[in-house]
Design a protein around this ligand. Structure first.
Ligand SMILES: [Zn+2]
Length: 228
């Protein structure tokens, strides 16, 4: 299903602003410019779907299978509705002509099989809630406002201090709080990740030597693991 709609390319002046977006479960999206977007109730609703699916799957009867099919459709609709809301909010909170940066979570299922440490470090949209759809919706909505959408490697974005660049697993004290063991910087963990996502993109721009018109000053120290 691919719907092609002709959207005339808007004439928008490019902005050097870059907004990093961290995707999670407690806060569906947190941006580096400090917006907490989406509803915290989505997680619970998604878990209910998951529990119900498991129950029906274990039954295995004909009627259970029929219910499962319906449930899958309902869950897909729910995900689609959430992704529409979230992509809209992300674009609304980004200046015209700027750049939105996500972590590339497309192959997150494979990476989460590698091991626990990896799983903890990568992000958590569970139970087949695909990143691809949110990404597509965002690209489409961003286009209308001349906003670019980029993706970066998600490694270490939650363990690295966005102030001093120190990276360690124990940096992240809990799901919601980040505390740097080196410099003592303390802030919301998702916001810290969003800032790192932004920095990582800026660092990759700098290392590629291609900057936007006027050049992007990269003021933070470029720590080696922030370079892709
Ligand atoms: Zn630090």
């Amino acid at each position: 299903m691919h719907v092609v709609v002709d959207v005339p390319e808007p004439v928008v002046e490019k902005s050097p602003e870059v907004v990093g977006v961290d995707l999670g479960l407690n806060h569906p999206a947190v941006t580096s410019n400090k917006h907490f977007l989406g509803s915290s109730h989505w997680k619970e609703r998604d878990r209910r779907f998951f529990r119900l699916r498991r129950k029906l799957q274990s039954k295995g009867s004909k009627s259970a299978k029929r219910h499962l099919k319906k449930l899958s459709k309902r869950q897909a609709r729910f995900h689609r509705d959430c992704d529409h809301v979230l992509s809209k909010r992300i674009v609304q909170n980004t200046p015209t002509g700027a750049t939105i940066v996500f972590e590339n979570l497309t192959n997150i299922r494979e990476t989460s099989k590698i091991g626990k440490s990896k799983k903890n470090d990568t992000k958590r949209r569970l139970h087949g809630w695909s990143f691809a759809q949110l990404y597509d919706f965002t690209v489409y909505k961003a286009q209308e406002r001349g906003i670019a959408v980029e993706r970066i490697d998600p490694r270490h974005t939650s363990q690295t201090c966005s102030r001093c660049g120190h990276q360690h697993r124990s940096n992240r004290r809990s799901q919601s709080l980040f505390l740097c063991r080196q410099c003592g910087y303390c802030l919301n963990a998702d916001l810290n990740a969003a800032k790192n996502i932004r920095e990582k993109h800026l660092a990759s721009l700098a290392s590629l030597g291609r900057s936007l018109a006027g050049g992007l000053p990269v003021t933070k120290p470029l720590v080696s693991d922030l370079l892709v």
